[in-house]
Unconditional design. Sequence first.
Lengths: 378, 378
Amino acid sequence: MPPFMAMTEETKKKYPFGVKERIARLEPYRPGKPIDEVKRELGLKDVIKLASNESPYGPSPKVLQAMRQTIKQVNRYPDGGCFYLRDALAKHLGVEPNQLIFGNGSDEVIVTALRAFVQEGEEVVIAKPSFLIYEIASCVVGAQVKAIPLKDFQYDLEGMKKAVSPKTKMIFIGNPDNPAGSYVSQKQLENFLNEISSQILVFVDEAYFEYVQAADYPDTITLLSKYPNLIIARTFSKMYGLAGLRVGFGIARSEVIDILNRLREPFNVNSIAQAAALACLKDQAYYRRIAKEIEEQRKFLYQSFEKMGLSFVKTVTNFLLIDVKTKSDEVSCRLLKKGVIVRDMAFWGLPTFIRVTIGAPSENRKFLRVLKEILKSA
Amino acid sequence: MPPFMAMTEETKKKYPFGVKERIARLEPYRPGKPIDEVKRELGLKDVIKLASNESPYGPSPKVLQAMRQTIKQVNRYPDGGCFYLRDALAKHLGVEPNQLIFGNGSDEVIVTALRAFVQEGEEVVIAKPSFLIYEIASCVVGAQVKAIPLKDFQYDLEGMKKAVSPKTKMIFIGNPDNPAGSYVSQKQLENFLNEISSQILVFVDEAYFEYVQAADYPDTITLLSKYPNLIIARTFSKMYGLAGLRVGFGIARSEVIDILNRLREPFNVNSIAQAAALACLKDQAYYRRIAKEIEEQRKFLYQSFEKMGLSFVKTVTNFLLIDVKTKSDEVSCRLLKKGVIVRDMAFWGLPTFIRVTIGAPSENRKFLRVLKEILKSA
């Protein structure tokens, strides 16, 4: 959408105080359907959700304990500076505390970076398909988005570099990428950063960092000293299983973080999220076990798809793309009616693909059973 | 600060990718110090906080129960639409569900309204002093702020009306006002709305709504049908005692809400906040008791100040301004060293005033005792 599109007569009439036409027309993010909503709307009792790349497991006992201790004090505002969490996370990552910004989910870090550094009419380069928030949030600030198609479900970094113009202000690299599940290697990322002007911010979104086992996956934090234009985002929503609590973070040079901190809301991370995230950091063993289990389930799913003759995209994350070789909207709709929520990729431009989160063993078995039934009768 | 100020050489050097000078210079919100921070920094054991207009009481047993039930499911994303909370709140308020937007605190509703409707170079009219976020968030979007001084700690609506220019896009009315604790009556508000063009949004912030007993306090929701340019904000942070959880809301015509919903993050309200707020609505009796107790404590404080010969501003809220007739920064600093956190009003342009939250009876007694000691030796 052109950032400076004039208000239509219809918009003017509806909004006498005015609104930017691009915002009046904005297509909001479409989240995976909540389990409760599906139960309510379809009258189903047993519903599993493999649509939002959540962890199938609740918080560890230690994390639950930290939450229970905090719920009685919610009449007090949260610590706006996230003191204890910041201190522990800085040590955990080997960065300075002032190199961290916390967000109400890492999506808030993405939005805040765009609000801080990208002006109306400037350009943002993203991959296509990739996490929808990159495009939506860029549109909100009035940026022109250049979306470079993936090549064989991998980032086309060469193509993204060529898309850079004097107006380009930010480049998003989802690493690993959502929905492809593929990743950019250390060498690829370094080469890319070497060839990009330091006047362009490179935002590396590592939401699925904790799942990646690949030896050549980048150690992005060590690149911060060489590339002042680098911003990294990670989250407690995925492997740490705190999606419902909303806590993510950004890592960058302190001067970049300083700007982001000026723009965020003073109490953007709630008290329970802070306590729970801190407890997660102290309970690494629990989360390593989960990562290991997801890895085993990934192998199990690969084997099952091969037996079924289905092609899929190999992933380093807890989700994967499956080519159902028929209309994905129909397949996902039929899965939904059987109580299995997955993501239809038609909206992402992949009309025969569904994206499925790797769930607990019983969830994966149910998904495979229902998918087999549906594809047999398709 | 002028919205279009050019980048200085220093800023350019620090940020080769550029940043708006007004954002590089932004003075962030200064929150009240958290109790933990004061204990840590001053080595104190007993600290009370009367600085952030929080409820001194934790959640009700029913609310705690709702939170406990939710903490095990935080691995799932929150319901982005806040279905159950929206439905219950709409019924509670007598509005349609699509007239509500939920925020990560009501401050997020303020920021979102500015991002949606106010463009760089346009003007925002506020009172001075008032809630700092109105000014900070206006500055972030590049608006020019016109701040009209209170008259005898009351909104000067006549002065605010005169400040309106063809560039004016939004007017903030804190009702009751923070930090004054005074309010605009139904008649005053209606007269004001009648005289303001429908091309200007009037944002009425009712964060302390539940504390107000005054018979002529506005029933703002009923005004929505007549004034399409009206936005109301309320919160669960104050009387409902959920400050730590971050949940507030806006009420407006559905077309205004539609725009705000396009701009917010998809999962901006965490799951525990949704469950707790819903339980609050169902447990009104508990909160009415708290409101009554705060009212009694307010009277007790009035009487105590009168005995001490201190002048103060009468309030309809759970906080009040006290004129300590000496430097407020010194008094608040000395109170802090004795473990009593209050808000120094010097930054707000009231260099002999402190703002004090009405706490639990024991907290109020401690505050009075320490204040007496300090003023005796001043």
